[in-house]
Design a protein around this ligand. Structure first.
Ligand code: AMP
Length: 569
């Protein structure tokens, strides 16, 4: 397919901010899209492979600038100057391509296949000469590009498409294009996407008119699956009312989600954002091999840190560095040990258990896993219909340094990717949110050279947009040894910069952090319409993706609750 056609689609979709109009435009496009061109759907999401694949484009603005300079024959300094004044590097590429094209007659046809071919070579490059090879692959595409193609190519490269299309928009558009009952269609499409994490393969099924195949999409060992997420309840009474009596009540451990795949002796570990972290946790693979009796299995668990001397459980932030660290793995394994608390099983000896009741799944865990404290255990659980017992168990969990409890309906299925009403979390009222960093400001004086204040944003699910809710500059350390430092975070942020004006930068929404605050206020200063009073950074959340952050709706709800508490409290 011609890349121009896709660029025109990007343009049409971004010409409206209305979600329904976007869906209509995309739905028309999908109706006419050939199944053989299905991989275009990855490009629509700014990707080159399915969601579960870890190979991402990962090009910094600096590298894109070099390629634009080469492709358009413009001095690098001039590209940077334009970027600082226009803000959008895509627009800069468009403008420079336009003025170059007036002088040359080059007109190769750029296809989506060629774009994918070159972009897919990028993540595989390593070692000497990598940068030059990357620049030449990009330059090749840019020299064939028309101005509008250059605009979207560059935005794709730096991961900032700005067209407002997410998986949910694609889901709604597929339903609109191919199903009579749109609501039911969207549900089926989403379920298939949550199991496969591959929009193109789901499109293929829908396009072939094989709707009943959607329900048969299988989970596979080795391919990450989205975790099932919980809704909130205020207290155990509300929990019982929602999930029914009796129910299972478990510790809500304060660690990070680990979904474990076992196939014979081969073990693969995935985080909730579908990242493969097997190399970082060699001891966990050992525990699974030794203590899980299954030829094949997929387990859902929480990895929790504990003090190696006192054996006391430690909060998540004390072990978060283990998720990303690629070196000193053996040393970290000794210093920051984790215990695996298994609370669910999705697959066992060749069969999916997604549609089995929770009661059966939790019994199976107890049958096939031999518990070894401080290595691997079954999540602490009681099954009861008694509020008093539930309260006691909740108190015990808090005393044990855990966050609270989960209440689970005994008959419920496992729904990958859904925030379900049959599994509820209960924890003490804590004023904290997970938010994503979308910008920052360079500091002055002893903090010059570092970004020392970070713009934090929540997610508006309806508009598929991140909206600012404040700035945070406390809770960080001056030195890396003492915790998360300005220097460390600045280094993480630099390759993500998409706009730079004076001391202010705008960055790709990638880094999720936990922030505590005293109060939510209405505020015209930030695009969410709210501001957090006295926000304070508490932890990096490398295990969570930007789509997991607090939603505008949750913030509105907490704001309303806060008001109610003032009235009656
Ligand atoms: P939250 O992060 O506040 O949305 O709470 C949900 C998270 O709690 C899950 O994603 C798990 O990582 C974690 N969790 C801890 N213990 C359990 C448990 N027993 N069952 C389910 N999830 C748990």
């Amino acid at each position: 397919m011609r890349y121009l056609k896709l660029a025109e689609l990007y343009d049409a979709v971004s010409s409206t901010t209305k979600r329904l109009e976007k869906i209509k435009i995309l739905s028309d496009f999908l109706k006419h899209l050939d199944a053989s061109d299905r991989e275009v759907l990855y490009l629509l999401l700014g990707n080159i492979y399915p969601d579960y694949d870890e190979r991402k484009i990962g090009i910094s603005s600096q590298l894109a600038i070099k390629a634009i300079s080469k492709a358009t024959g413009t001095e690098k300094e001039k590209v940077v100057k334009e970027w600082k004044s226009v803000g959008d590097l895509g627009k800069v590429a468009e403008k420079l391509t336009k003025s170059k094209k007036q002088h040359t007659l080059e007109s190769h046809v750029l296809t989506t296949e060629k774009v994918l071919e070159n972009l897919r070579k990028l993540p595989a490059l390593e070692g000497k000469g990598t940068i030059d090879k990357k620049i030449s692959l990009i330059t090749e595409l840019l020299t064939s590009a028309s101005p509008i193609e250059a605009l979207y190519l560059v935005r794709t490269l730096i991961g900032d498409l700005r067209i407002g299309i997410q998986v949910s928009t694609i889901r709604e558009s597929m339903a609109n294009a191919f199903f009579k009952d749109e609501k039911e269609g969207a549900k089926k499409v989403q379920e298939a996407i949550d199991k496969s994490n591959d929009v193109a393969s789901v499109f293929d099924i829908v396009k072939r008119g094989k709707m009943n195949e959607l329900g048969k999409v299988k989970i596979e060992i080795g391919k990450p699956i989205k975790a099932m997420l919980a809704q909130k309840a205020k207290n155990v009474k509300e929990g019982f009312d929602a999930v029914g009596r009796p129910c299972a009540i478990e510790y809500k451990y304060d660690g990070f989600r680990l979904i474990i795949h076992k196939k014979g002796n081969q073990i693969i570990l995935f985080t909730r954002r579908l990242e493969n972290v097997t190399k970082q946790f060699p001891e966990v693979a050992d525990f699974i091999r030794k203590y899980v009796k299954a030829d094949s299995a997929i387990l859902d668990s929480e990895a929790v840190g504990f003090d190696k001397k006192t054996k006391e459980y430690k909060p998540f932030q004390s072990i978060s560095q283990r998720i990303r660290r690629k070196y000193d793995i053996e040393k970290l394994r000794e210093e920051l040990p984790v215990e695996i608390n298994v609370f669910d099983i999705l697959y066992y000896n060749g069969k999916s258990l997604l549609n089995e009741p929770f009661k059966k799944r939790t019994e199976l865990i107890r049958k096939i896993i031999e518990p070894h404290p401080y290595k691997i255990i079954h999540s602490k659980q009681i099954i009861t219909d008694d509020e008093k017992k539930a309260e006691e168990f909740y108190k015990k969990a808090l005393k044990d340094n855990q966050e609270g409890v989960m209440m689970k309906n005994l008959e419920a299925e496992y729904n990958p990717g859904s925030r379900v009403g049959h599994m509820l979390k209960i924890k003490p009222e804590e004023r904290d949110f997970d938010l994503v960093i979308t910008g920052g400001e360079y500091g002055t004086g002893k903090r010059s050279g570092w970004i020392s204040s970070f713009i934090i944003s929540c997610l508006d699910k309806n508009k598929n947009k991140f909206l600012e809710i404040g700035k945070v500059g406390t809770g960080f350390k001056e030195k890396t040894e003492e915790g998360v430092s300005f220097d460390e975070l600045t280094k993480k942020i630099k390759p993500l910069i998409i706009e730079e004006k004076g001391k202010n930068v705008k960055i790709k929404p990638k880094i999720v952090i936990s922030v505590t605050y005293q109060e939510i206020q209405k505020s015209p200063t930030y695009s969410s319409g709210f501001a957090l009073r006295f926000p304070r950074f508490t932890a990096l959340r490398p295990d969570r993706s930007p789509s997991d952050v607090a939603t505008l709706k949750e913030i509105e709800k907490d704001f309303e609750n806060q008001k109610r508490n003032w009235k009656y409290g």
